[in-house]
Design a protein around this ligand. Structure first.
Ligand SMILES: CC(=O)SCCNC(=O)CCNC(=O)[C@H](O)C(C)(C)COP(=O)(O)OP(=O)(O)OC[C@H]1O[C@@H](n2cnc3c(N)ncnc32)[C@H](O)[C@@H]1OP(=O)(O)O
Length: 177
């Protein structure tokens, strides 16, 4: 099996979209990841990092979506089945967090079944009724058409997508706990 040390994390390119989409298929079918149309994946290319092996094959991916001045969401993080448990997910998440710091964010959100994995990265479950943003920011976020933002807001229309997931938060940079 190839060495995990040979894996490189880099900015995604448009030519990676087909590989990302193919890797996402089984996870979307199991409702682990939110499905995305190709047009949305292409639009989100600037948000994505990928992990590629020594031959340039994409074996992992993850995105950082900016929601507000201080707030971003880690979304669509996945690693190819052949590479699970070899540290690629952690490296992708570290790199997304580094990107979030460069953007000036101080809080990261994620919605996930992988509570232990994100917990090891300092994410903590948000309280059931915890108000995650100020009421005026909430009102602005309500104007978004983005499904992920709707999930962050826990809107009724996306509840079927989020059933069983845990809402998690992490302070980064100066806001680190
Ligand atoms: C916000 C969202 O995107 S939520 C959706 C999250 N994604 C999914 O649920 C999709 C399905 N799951 C996956 O794709 C993967 O399981 C991920 C992305 C969650 C984790 O990716 P992986 O590459 O398997 O994670 P990684 O290997 O870094 O860590 C998992 C465990 O593997 C083991 N591990 C880590 N590095 C190594 C290594 N070099 N060798 C052997 N085992 C290792 C550890 O036990 C680690 O556990 P830890 O948390 O105690 O460190």
């Amino acid at each position: 099996m190839p060495e995990a040390a040979e894996i490189r994390i880099r900015q995604a390119r448009t030519s990676d979209v087909a590989a990302i989409a193919a890797l996402m298929v089984p996870l979307v079918e199991r409702r682990i990841l939110l499905g995305k149309d190709l047009v949305d994946l292409y639009g989100a290319v600037p948000e994505f990092l990928v992990a590629e092996d020594a031959d340039g094959v994409v074996i992992g991916y993850g995105a950082l979506h900016v929601m507000w001045e201080h707030l971003g969401e880690v979304r669509t993080l996945g690693v190819s089945e052949d590479w699970l448990g070899r540290g690629i997910g952690h490296r992708l998440l570290d790199a997304l967090e580094q990107r979030a710091l460069e953007f000036g964010l101080s809080q990261l959100f994620c919605l996930t079944f992988e509570v232990d994995f994100f917990g090891k990265h300092g994410f903590a479950p948000a309280g059931e009724d915890e108000q995650l943003v100020a009421i005026d920011v909430y009102a602005e976020l309500l104007r978004s058409n983005d499904e992920g933002v709707a999930e962050f807001l826990d809107l009724a229309r996306v509840k079927p997508n989020t059933l069983g997931n845990t809402r998690m938060l992490k302070g980064i940079g100066a806001a680190r706990a």
